[in-house]
Design a protein around this ligand. Structure first.
Ligand code: NAP
Length: 599
């Protein structure tokens, strides 16, 4: 793209609730990756006229989910002009797109929301109806936040960013949208989520299928009625596990194609007890602080102990208590060394296999559903509600595609093991090109024409997961090598956003224009990230955390596993030491010259 700013029509926000629905009648239509009008050039509050360095906005934020909304609010508080580009027709990110039957959050709703840092009023006013909120309620919440905070007027919907190019001459990011519109800003913040680019395996014959195909991550807004249909669900991750029991209630017959069984734990969802909700609200400051300092962004009572130090009877009692409680307590409150001690992990894995065998009436199906090829929590354990029971229904059949992989999609169904399963609809619950897919889809190009995708060809290289060298003033919320998906998301999102906003505030305070990590700092962060990862059992399992679900994707642990609290402390120390590890620069001509702190 050229550096000239295309001046288009003044922007208008799209329909406040959401624009058009997203049909998914074919697998093409049901996919999404990383349109709109160009921004009107306007005077930006606080902007200095820098001749040919003029930018349209102080900051462009990509995405209007949890992170984009909070980033917009935080930058506005600093007095910056901000434009948010959102690919969807409404706010919500993940919760805008993932409308499949059974979609609900696996974090307890009382903790899956903004803290008082966004707004005390919202925290006080919003009441969740269930222990684990379903997708429509979370989407309502995010719309409520958007309106309460008057965020919508700075968000452009149906605006897919197709390129973002750093122009060193102007120290500006030039952004192009799918409809050809362009705009520019000093700061570019990606708030695109971690699971935003759908992954549909390239099964031979996929285009020949004559029925309906859906990807769970791009579900039709009007919903799908499977009543009386023969349905295939491919994929048994957290999404498939939620969708299967719901689809089973409607379908004439449902075939579930499983490659890897997971350790699913019951969520024990129920209407949220008013007393409990009031108790949480009454002590939210303390609870949020606990969550911020925790390993996984939840204020649970983590037991610092190993399963191997307990007798089988004592372990059983502890496991049973967590099983009865439901949710992530099994992983977080029973024993603390599952990710580093295989022997300890084996005990919980065996307990969970026993539960699965108990719940599923047909022994052969139960055996197939019991995972044996990976330790507990080295793949994200789904929370389930009726998943295993679904296999006790006459209209549900489990098909093993581990030993006999899907051979092809035929015009009438799925062929595997030499058998064709004829169906009316195929649901791809096959996950996402996580953490990097959407970033690469935006063709982010830094200094000297270097593409992010090329820089990260052997795996991401970041400083704190938030920045990457060669891409000045690019900030990545919940990026690879930050805790991101290994946390209750709102907690890390708030931390990431606040750190970025504080840094930008610091730059303005000191009449500086930008920040970029030093090579040494980045190298050290990558080394630290890898060292922490190597101490865990995560590296030995094929999971999307490891990029293993996408052919050709570098195999490395994408999220940072050092813990939410520890990460927060590191980021705070970096800031306290004048943003150690970052080169902060003034906007002189040509390349950034160090001015101020560096590391
Ligand atoms: P996923 O965990 O990547 O699961 C995809 C499934 O598709 C896996 O069972 C995978 O098998 C299967 N699959 C992929 N390619 C296949 C192929 N070629 N043949 C056969 N099977 C294939 O994706 P997801 O279930 O959408 O979940 C992704 C993440 O989203 C979760 O881990 C979680 O972090 C998040 N999520 C959160 C919630 C929530 O909080 N409520 C709900 C849903 C999802 P393999 O395991 O063998 O690769």
């Amino acid at each position: 793209m050229t550096s000239d700013n295309h001046v288009a029509q003044p922007t208008q926000n799209a329909n406040p609730q959401e624009a058009g629905s997203h049909e998914a009648g074919s697998h093409e239509a049901g996919s999404r990756g990383a349109g709109s009008r160009g921004a009107e050039r306007h005077d930006v509050a606080g902007r200095q006229d820098r001749g040919n360095r003029v930018v349209d906005y102080d900051a462009i934020v990509v995405g209007a989910g949890f992170s984009g909304l909070y980033m917009l609010h935080s930058l506005r508080k600093l007095g910056l002009s901000v434009r948010v580009y959102e690919q969807g027709g409404g706010v919500g990110g993940t919760w805008y797109w993932n409308r499949y039957p059974g979609a609900r959050c696996d974090s307890e709703s009382v903790y899956y929301m903004f803290s008082d840092h966004m707004s005390e009023d919202i925290l006080a006013e919003w009441d969740w109806s269930e222990r684990f909120a379903a997708q429509p309620e979370i989407l309502r919440y995010l719309n409520f936040v958007t309106d309460k905070m008057d965020l919508r007027r700075d968000i452009q919907f149906n605006a897919e960013v197709t390129s973002a190019i750093y122009d060193a001459e102007r120290d500006a990011w030039d952004v192009t949208l799918a409809d050809g519109g362009t705009s520019s800003a000093r700061f570019l913040v990606t708030a695109v989520g971690c699971l935003s680019s759908t992954n549909t395996p390239k099964f031979p014959g996929i285009d020949t299928f004559t029925g309906k195909s859906y990807h769970t991550g791009a579900w039709p807004h009007e919903g799908v009625d499977f009543t009386g249909q023969r349905v295939a669900v491919i994929g048994t991750g957290a999404t498939g596990v939620q969708a299967v029991p719901e689809i089973a209630k409607q379908a004439a017959h449902l075939w579930v194609f499983q490659r890897t069984p997971n350790f699913d734990v019951p969520n024990r969802n129920r209407p949220l007890e008013a007393d409990y909700a009031a108790e949480v609200k009454g002590s939210y400051k303390e609870l949020w602080e606990k969550a911020r300092a925790s390993g996984f962004g939840l204020p649970y009572q983590v037991a610092e102990r190993s399963a191997v130090d307990y007798s089988p009877e004592e372990r059983e009692r502890i496991f049973e208590a967590a099983w009865a409680k439901g949710g992530f307590y099994m992983g977080l409150e029973t024993f603390s060394d599952y990710l580093v001690n295989k022997e300890s992990n084996d005990t919980v894995a065996e307990f969970l296999r026993g539960k699965i065998r108990e719940m599923v009436k047909d022994p052969a199906t139960g055996e197939l559903l019991a995972p044996k090829d990976h330790p507990f929590f080295t793949k994200r354990p789904p929370l389930e509600s009726g998943y295993y029971e679904a296999f006790n229904r006459d209209n549900v059949t489990l098909v093993d595609v581990r030993n006999a992989p899907v051979e092809e999609i035929t015009p009438h169904g799925v062929r595997t093991g030499g058998q064709e399963y004829e169906v009316d609809s195929i649901v791809y619950a096959t996950g996402f090109d996580a953490m990097t897919g959407t970033l690469y889809g935006m063709n982010i190009t830094g200094r000297d024409g270097q593409k992010l995708e090329d820089k990260w060809a052997d795996g991401p290289r970041t400083y704190l997961g938030l920045t990457t060298r060669g891409f000045p003033n690019l900030f990545i919320i919940t990026g690879p090598q930050s805790p991101s998906v290994l946390s209750n998301m709102p907690v890390v999102i708030e931390q990431n956003v606040e750190w970025i906003a504080d840094l930008i505030g610091h730059l303005r305070e000191h009449a500086l224009d930008g920040a970029e990590p030093a090579q040494e700092a980045e190298d050290q962060w990558v080394a630290h990230h890898n060292q922490v990862a190597a101490a865990t059992l995560l590296l030995g399992t094929d999971s999307w955390w490891m990029g293993a679900n996408i052919p050709g994707k570098p195999r490395t642990l994408y999220p940072y596993v050092g813990g939410v609290g520890a990460f927060r402390d590191i980021c705070r120390d970096v800031a306290d030491q004048g943003y150690q590890g970052l080169t902060l620069f003034r906007n002189e001509k040509d390349a950034p010259a160090p001015a101020g702190a560096s590391g």
